[in-house]
Design a protein around this ligand. Structure first.
Ligand SMILES: [Zn+2]
Length: 224
């Protein structure tokens, strides 16, 4: 699962919870940030194999700290608890329910990965691996990613009042994410090394976080 994760970020944002979209973009990929960092450190392992599944080249054969069910729950708790000091640090409005939503956004990553991944998600440690393997079916997996993203963006637009110019930017961002997913799913490429893949995760995910930050600033100059 790739851009489909961002559907949760868009869907979770309502005016009342005041969670910045960029924070939710970080939350829904939090487990992958940890995963990529641990791959770079040589702690978690991955093979990048052309045609490993129809929709992905990633053979994540060892990722018990970032992607087991138990650690996913732990990381979600860490994120929820950290939200209060995080808000204080950055001067954002804090509520307990917002912290809960951030924690659930982090956990949503595991649930969506469960749908897409082949059986490589451990329940605990590196044991009892699960995964519904939708990545073995390229078109349905792609369709699910896009349907989720479109649904999330539709909810975001419906539940957050914003100027027309920002609405346009959100839709353009959505289209850009669809194009990124088309590239990822359908454009043939030579497999990168494991470390280069992990670096790419950090670079691209952070780029999306920055765009999410910028998008919510559009048209808000005169609010104060
Ligand atoms: Zn993941």
């Amino acid at each position: 699962m790739f851009v489909g994760h961002y559907s949760v970020a868009f869907a979770a944002k309502i005016e009342r919870n005041r969670i910045p979209l960029w924070v939710l973009f970080l939350a829904v990929q939090f487990l992958d940030y940890i995963w990529a960092a641990l791959v770079l450190l040589g702690i978690e392992k991955l093979h990048v194999i052309k045609g490993f599944t129809a929709g992905s080249m990633l053979d994540s054969y060892f990722h018990p700290y970032s992607h087991s069910l138990i650690t996913a729950i732990l990381w979600s708790g860490v994120a929820a608890i950290s939200y209060k000091p995080f808000c204080r640090w950055l001067g954002y409005a804090y509520t307990k329910s917002a912290a809960l939503i951030v924690g659930l956004a982090v956990f949503s990553h595991w649930i969506l990965d469960l749908v897409a991944h082949p059986r490589d998600l451990a329940i605990y440690d590196n044991k009892w691996k699960v995964g519904f393997g939708l990545w073995n079916y390229r078109d349905p997996e792609f369709a699910l990613e896009i349907a989720l993203l479109a649904g999330g963006i539709a909810l975001y637009l419906a539940r957050n009042a914003m100027p027309a110019i920002r609405k346009g930017a959100v839709i353009a961002f959505g289209i850009a994410l669809v194009i990124v997913q088309i590239g990822d799913t359908y454009v043939p490429r030579t497999p990168l090394t494991d470390k280069a893949t992990a670096m790419g995760v950090w670079v691209f995910y952070t780029l999306f976080v920055l765009i999410a930050f910028a998008v919510e600033k559009i048209g808000s100059r005169r609010e104060n």
